[in-house]
Design a protein. Structure first.
Length: 253
């Protein structure tokens, strides 16, 4: 009985929130999206509910034009605060990845490169191996160790093409181990991926990444057609002997 009452109370509390979502106009949904977009910029810092409370307060009061409770000196303090949180997040990510990296290194056929990158064959290719200076055309599926997808050309249905020397070290090294037509799983420790800084708010600092990469092609750069040779200069015509003798006589005169 008591349990049912608690469930009923929970439903009553939740009902207004669901109703509010259902009653949102298009403009309200647009503004709601703005709030999500702003929060995505700082989501990587993993703020606690207590920290979030003060962030929301500062945001709301600033929008309302209220006098700030913190002066400009807190700008420097904020940088130090965020740096400290970032260090903690990076350390946590790296520590959490250790068992996963050890496990992946023991997978069948796995090869651990000196950099720490782990290459696990999925399908053997029959074509050429690319060089770091080559362009490559690939399909890839990127996930975190827990399987959550963060980027995938496979899901987009559009292969990616790029210079192999212009991507993260894990790719530059790992894709060179895949023959055209082959597929492999690349396990990338953070130092060979996006490092302590992470990327775009999607990939946290210190994150280990996993890519399943299929090498479709090594596109050859188009060589322009050879320029036609310039026409040979016409040889100077030799004057006839009689004309040359006549000229000599004129000179003597």
């Amino acid at each position: 009985m008591k349990r049912n009452m608690l469930i009923a109370i929970a439903c009553l509390i939740a009902a207004p929130a669901f109703a509010a979502d259902a009653e949102m106009t298009e403009d309200q949904k647009t503004l709601y999206f703005l709030g999500q977009a702003v929060s995505s910029k700082i989501k990587q810092f993993e703020f606690t509910p207590e920290e979030t409370k003060y962030i929301v307060q500062g945001f709301s009061e600033s929008l309302a034009g209220q006098k700030s409770k913190a002066d400009e000196t807190y700008g420097m303090k904020l940088n130090a605060y965020l740096a400290k949180k970032q260090e903690a997040i990076v350390a946590k990510q790296k520590e959490a990845a250790k068992p996963f990296l050890e496990k992946m290194a023991k997978e069948k056929g796995a090869k651990k490169l000196p950099s720490g990158v782990i290459v696990i064959p999925v399908k053997e290719g029959k074509g050429a191996l690319p060089k770091a200076t080559d362009m490559v055309k690939v399909h890839y599926h990127g996930t975190f160790p827990d399987g959550k997808v963060f980027d995938s050309s496979v899901e987009r249905g559009q292969p990616a093409e790029f210079p192999l020397g212009g991507v993260i070290p894990c790719w530059t090294e790992g894709v060179q181990k895949i023959k055209v037509g082959g597929k492999a799983k690349l396990v990338c420790p953070s130092d060979t991926a996006y490092g302590d800084q992470g990327a775009g708010g999607t990939i946290p600092g210190g994150a280990t990444l996993v890519f399943e990469v299929e090498l479709l092609e090594i596109p050859k750069e188009e060589v322009p057609a050879a320029m036609p040779k310039a026409p040979a200069k016409p040889e100077a015509k030799k004057e006839e002997p009689k004309k040359e003798e006549a000229k000599k006589e004129e000179v003597k005169k």
